[in-house]
Design a protein around this ligand. Sequence first.
Ligand SMILES: Nc1ncnc2c1ncn2[C@@H]1O[C@H](COP(=O)(O)OP(=O)(O)O)[C@@H](O)[C@H]1O
Ligand code: SF4
Ligand SMILES: [Mg+2]
Length: 422
Amino acid sequence: MTTTMTHTRTATAAEAATPLLELRHVSRTYRLKRPLPIGPHRIVSALDDVSLRLGDGETLGVIGESGCGKSTLGRIVSGLEAPSSGQVLFSGEDVTRLGKAERKEMRRNIQLIFQDPSASLDPRKTVGRIVGEPFEIHRGLVSPERRRAKVGELLELVGLNPDHADRLPHQFSGGQQQRIGIARGIALEPRLLVCDEAVSALDVSVRAQIVNLLADLQREFGMSYLFIAHDLQIVEHMSDRILTMYLGRVVETGPTREVYENTSHPYTGALLSAAPELRTGRGIEREHVVLSGDPPSPIDPPSGCRFRTRCWMATEICATTVPQPVTIAGRSSGSGRPDDAGSGESAQLGTASAGEDSGTASAGEDSGSASARDASSTASAGTTAAQPAGTHTAACHFAAEVPAALSLTTTAHPTTTPEETR
Ligand SMILES: Nc1ncnc2c1ncn2[C@@H]1O[C@H](COP(=O)(O)OP(=O)(O)O)[C@@H](O)[C@H]1O
Ligand code: SF4
Ligand SMILES: [Mg+2]
């Protein structure tokens, strides 16, 4: 991969101590129109008390059912929306307090890759213009004379033919369109890419290729990723750490391997058990836990633990006490990425034999050029579900009960519906 991008960077000591991104108790509500001209507005609680940290070069995978607030989180992180309360810190700076120029610089450093590549590319603009657009907004970074060459380099970097810069988006396949979106996303050499279901709309055969491209780019340029996806295998492949969300709240977080193999929260366990490829192997045999009903409405979320209306372990206290997220401790104090845990090896997410289908780009989809993180990890030893005293009051999270809890079968717990328990 040849490029003149320059932003492989080494964190200074101060930066290393400060996470690249930190959210502190972020909540986001939306006020809905009144159904009638009188009466109270209805308030959607899309995010509630979300805190997280993301280090330089690290990937945080975000999982959870549709409607749990993943995209809202992505929009807040990328500065498209402000939180209703709480703080968003980028390199230690509270972004809501930044001046105009500083905010523009912050926006340059955080880019969003969208789910639907065709919808995110203006059909009337050439690919060269689309990819070069960030240089129009952030003038002074690349001189007008250099722009065309720079666009060509970016296209090449994402595996497209630079000679096709004059073509329109519809002349490219879905996977190639997402490569164009990625080229635009990395044009300004951001430090953080928010990938909101960036591969979900792609054919399965192309998905792995784009995932591997993202992994290659991260390795080469040291970007951090907030990686939102519902394909749990891909999230596992990409992420150093995982954050599980339910109805606007974080319920569990920890290093990917530890969370996947020593799941503590019943909701994460249920999500993972629904993915056949994650149910067995690595010494794990997970029963398929079928959650009853749909998530309750975020307009009127359950009191206490929001998961309680679907949780087979709920007790009375769950209705009155808001539990803290379960934090799974890693084996190392490092980033939590598989490399830190000593896996050593690298692997690519399996790419199907089919290449991209339109034939408009010169580059075929390569599957062997680079490596990605080890997705075939072995069971980790010595990991514990860290339960800071007093942070979680519910019975299910007392460490002694966790392993037994997650070996529950679908028939071992009563199925409940939100209506029954609320
Ligand atoms: N602009 C908005 N106005 C009202 N409700 C919204 C808005 N954006 C998101 N929501 C609601 O917030 C919740 C979280 O949405 P979203 O972040 O899109 O979830 P996800 O990406 O996990 O599917 C959903 O109930 C959704 O309907
Ligand atoms: S046991 Fe209670 S607190 Fe824990 S996940 Fe279930 S409902 Fe929530
Ligand atoms: Mg979404």
